[in-house]
Design a protein around this ligand. Structure first.
Ligand code: IPE
Ligand code: IPE
Ligand code: MG
Length: 243
């Protein structure tokens, strides 16, 4: 039985995933790292579809971090090529399913051919009402928060914002995730237990779930396992639980 069937109310509205372990998956098979990324793309497809079927409205995937620019140029090229493939191949599905593509990060740092496709898919899916797929691309949470702080300072300087009125909501509204609910559940694959500069603000009260499986091996069953555990967790948000 799918975890959604008996625990609808306990289904996360928003799942965020740090898709890690593509390189190790390839290494374990004597393949180049790029093959791991290719297999990772298949896992992305499966996961987007599974979330859709389960009724998870918002999915955020960490696809490339600001720090990932340190990688060898050949690996970056392979990743960007796969991203292009994904955007070309998935537009139809997103439109059919009413899913809006949203991008967080620094798309301006991405190669032109990727940017053109991103712009097109974002524009064409803008009317999607069923849910969002957010891709974190050249994303770093600290850079995102710094940009929000900069914007607040500029508005204050211009006289359009009174600094005394700045609160959590004012800042959150300047983050690239503005309008999205915070993730309820964050999943990281490949055994690492860290955030690696992912959604530091937004994950304040998220539930964490880890698996040793590498991202290319992530499938529906793994997702169901994570959701089943999420449904059993007690979230208190700093309060007390009443029996
Ligand atoms: C995740 O897999 C994909 C990206 C970070 C782009 P990795 O490429 O980090 O795989 P490992 O961690 O080296 O195994
Ligand atoms: C985090 O994975 C970034 C993405 C999954 C896109 P990394 O593989 O870059 O993280 P570290 O370097 O192990 O912390
Ligand atoms: Mg990694």
């Amino acid at each position: 039985m799918s975890p959604a069937a008996d625990a609808d109310s306990r289904l996360p509205r928003h799942v965020a995933i740090v898709m890690d372990g593509n390189g190790r998956w390839a290494q374990q098979r004597g393949l180049p790292r790029s093959e791991g990324h290719r297999a990772g793309l298949a896992a992305v497809r499966r996961t987007v579809e599974a979330c859709r079927e389960l009724g998870i409205r918002h999915l955020t995937l960490y696809a490339f971090s600001t720090e990932n620019w340190k990688r060898p140029p050949g690996e970056i090229r392979a990743l960007m090529g796969l991203l292009r493939e994904f955007l070309d191949a998935r537009l139809g599905d997103l439109l059919r399913q009413g899913i809006r593509l949203h991008v967080i990060g620094q798309p301006e740092r991405l190669p032109h051919l990727v940017r053109v496709r991103l712009d097109r898919v974002v524009k064409q899916t803008a009317g999607g009402k069923e849910g969002t797929l957010t891709l974190a691309l050249s994303y770093g949470s600290r850079a995102e928060i710094a940009a929000a702080a900069r914007q607040l300072a500029e508005e204050a300087k211009a006289g359009t914002l009174d600094p005394r009125t700045i609160d959590e909501a004012t800042l959150a509204a300047r983050l690239q995730t503005a309008g999205l609910p915070d993730p309820d559940l964050v999943i990281r694959t490949a055994g690492e237990k860290r955030l690696s500069n992912f959604l530091l603000w937004q994950l304040s009260y998220a539930e964490f779930w880890f698996t040793d499986l590498c991202w290319p091996d992530f499938d529906r069953e793994t997702l169901h396992g994570a959701l089943a555990e999420f449904a059993r967790r007690q979230r208190r948000f700093g309060g007390v639980t009443h029996a």
